[in-house]
Design a protein around this ligand. Structure first.
Ligand code: SF4
Length: 80
């Protein structure tokens, strides 16, 4: 995907302009998975119009971290 394409879906992302802290719960790894129904990040992802694009993009990032398309990653692996 080119930079132009990324910009298009990122502009429509439900997380645009939100507090970055909820997307990178580094100090709470695993907690988001356990309490995912209470997470504002998971709620936003569930209603996001570019969920599929986000998930596909996250899979291209080596050692991806944080929440992408409703999944929390740590060092490139989903936190289970
Ligand atoms: S699916 Fe979630 S992390 Fe991905 S763009 Fe949408 S709101 Fe942001």
């Amino acid at each position: 995907m080119g930079a132009e394409g990324r910009g298009t879906w990122l502009e429509r992302a439900a997380c645009r302009g939100t507090d970055i802290e909820i997307w990178f719960p580094v100090h709470k790894t695993g907690v988001l998975h356990k309490y995912r129904e209470q997470s504002p990040a998971i709620e936003l992802c569930a209603a996001c119009p570019v969920w599929a694009e986000c998930r596909a993009y996250a899979r291209t990032i080596p050692l991806v971290e944080g929440v992408w398309a409703g999944v929390e990653y740590k060092r490139g692996k989903p936190v289970a």
